[in-house]
Ligand binder design. Structure first.
Ligand code: PXG
Length: 287
């Protein structure tokens, strides 16, 4: 496996950064998870744009242009001969000292690109749908660590994941600081009621799969809404599904013990899954 590390390709066992890297010491950095399908990178420009937006707010200077970053992603895929891959782009603030002051990181940001495979959920869950729960840990409030940032500090989501795992589930709904449904630990959430597709308007990551699903729905004359959503509205929805680069679209059939709709993946969910797969098979940056 060839890892991109600051402009060089190195073998996995040689791909190392300093123990003084602030990404390791403080979670001080940004990342993206991108996917390619049959030599097409899906929404590469959008992922790179979001990475640079996170870095902008964190005041981390990425020593590459957006185009150079896109080329680096494609080069990593080519170097590994991967047609279908999950690509992790990591930007850390770089090497500093044992103090969190970013001004002590005098060198450049570290840029790491790993291309590999990922399977998030078992295949049968895509046919049967999954059961999830709401967990006690709320999603970070926007005035603390804004959920719009895809930073290396994922402890908020990891704590929620631990709570789900402890209860015997593999995914969890996180509420925002006001108690509205925000998103899951690594996916956005959608509900369908009377043919209308809704997803939380705030307190969540602006997921690229989420945006793609909204655009596909609109193109196919399915009404969409971005609004505040309560747990009651999830429990009483006709359908529910989650979206994410790794998970793609996965149906949800039970939430906090409440059966959603018929308890099986619904027609809108299945239609969105089909349309999404058609899109990823034809759209993207070819390599
Ligand atoms: N919300 C959160 C909190 C995420 O981390 C999404 C939504 C979906 O966004 P995209 O742009 O991918 O549609 C994510 C991204 C994992 C894992 O191992 C999941 C993500 C990222 C990295 C790892 O579960 N999801």
């Amino acid at each position: 496996m060839k890892i991109y590390l600051n402009g060089q390709f190195v073998e996995k066992h040689e791909a190392k950064v300093s123990v003084f890297d602030h990404g390791l010491l403080y979670g001080d950095g940004a990342f993206e998870g991108i996917r390619s399908y049959n030599s097409l990178v899906f929404k590469l420009k959008e992922h790179v744009a979001r990475l640079y937006e996170t870095a902008h707010t964190l005041m981390i200077k990425i020593p590459l242009t957006r185009q150079q970053m896109m080329n680096a992603v494609v080069d990593t895929l080519k170097a590994n001969n991967l047609k279908d891959a999950y690509i992790r782009v990591v930007v850390t603030r770089g090497e500093g000292d044992l103090g969190l002051d970013p001004r002590k990181c005098k060198g450049q940001a570290n840029i790491i690109i790993i291309a590999d495979k990922i399977t998030l959920y078992a295949k049968e869950l895509y046919n049967k749908g999954m059961e999830i729960i709401t967990v006690p840990t709320p999603r970070n409030s926007p005035e603390a660590i804004n959920p719009l940032l895809k930073s290396l500090n994922y402890l908020n989501n990891i704590l929620a994941k631990i709570e789900a795992n402890n209860a015997g589930y593999s995914e969890a709904i996180m509420l925002d600081h006001l108690g509205y449904v925000a998103e899951c630990t690594g996916d956005n959430i959608f509900i369908v009621k009377k043919g209308v597709l809704s997803t939380p308007s705030q307190g969540r990551l602006e997921g690229i799969t989420r945006d793609a699903v909204l655009a596909l729905a609109q193109k196919n004359k399915i009404e969409t809404k971005e609004c505040l959503i309560t747990r009651h509205e999830v429990y009483t929805a006709d359908e529910c599904f989650l979206t994410g680069t790794a998970a793609e679209i996965i149906p949800v059939v039970k939430v906090d013990g409440r059966v959603i709709g018929e308890g099986t993946p619904g027609p809108v969910t299945k239609k969105m899954m089909k349309m999404f797969h058609e899109t990823t098979a034809k759209d993207g940056v070819r390599y």
